[in-house]
Design a protein around this ligand. Structure first.
Ligand code: ATP
Length: 140
């Protein structure tokens, strides 16, 4: 069984019960969860791979604008299955290509940065991101 890191972003936090229901309906187990507000430094570290992008300052401001909820999710192919349930990065694309996805259902297509939730894109990033949010947890 694989594990991945999911995060509900500030624009999705009020919808967490509905999102959590979709997670469970898709056969994921919630291994752990944490609700917190990221500091600027933490948001910059989490999205460090994007620091050269033009949208980076907006992304950091947005990610620190409210609370987020981080989850460790487990199921078969958790990394790719959670990305599938999330849908495409852009909400407008998600609405066209995958209207049942979390970003399509809960996102606002007027904003590229606000896309409801995040998912690790590989097993390597899942390990890094789980450690980022749950530093005390040791996954075998
Ligand atoms: P995430 O890493 O949050 O799961 P992703 O892997 O689907 O998203 P990335 O390309 O890694 O997408 O972008 C990281 C985040 O940066 C996006 O989820 C979105 O919030 C924001 N973002 C990406 N592209 C843009 C853009 N062109 N304009 C504004 N914000 C963007």
């Amino acid at each position: 069984i694989q594990r991945t890191l999911a995060m509900i972003k500030p624009d999705g936090i009020d919808k967490w019960p509905q999102i959590e229901k979709m997670i469970l309906d898709e056969g994921f187990t919630i291994v752990d969860r944490r609700r917190l507000r990221l500091t600027r430094q933490e948001a910059e570290e989490f999205y460090a791979e994007h620091q050269e992008k033009s949208f980076f300052p907006d992304l950091v401001t947005y990610m620190t604008s409210g609370e987020v909820m981080a989850f460790i999710l487990a199921r078969e192919d958790a990394v790719s299955q959670w990305r599938r349930l999330l849908g495409p990065t852009k909400v407008s694309t998600a609405r066209r290509q995958d209207p049942a996805s979390i970003r399509a259902v809960f996102g606002d297509p007027s904003f590229d940065t606000r896309n409801v939730a995040h998912g690790s894109d590989s097993l390597v990033s899942a390990a890094r991101e789980v450690k980022f949010f749950f530093p005390d947890l040791t996954l075998e």
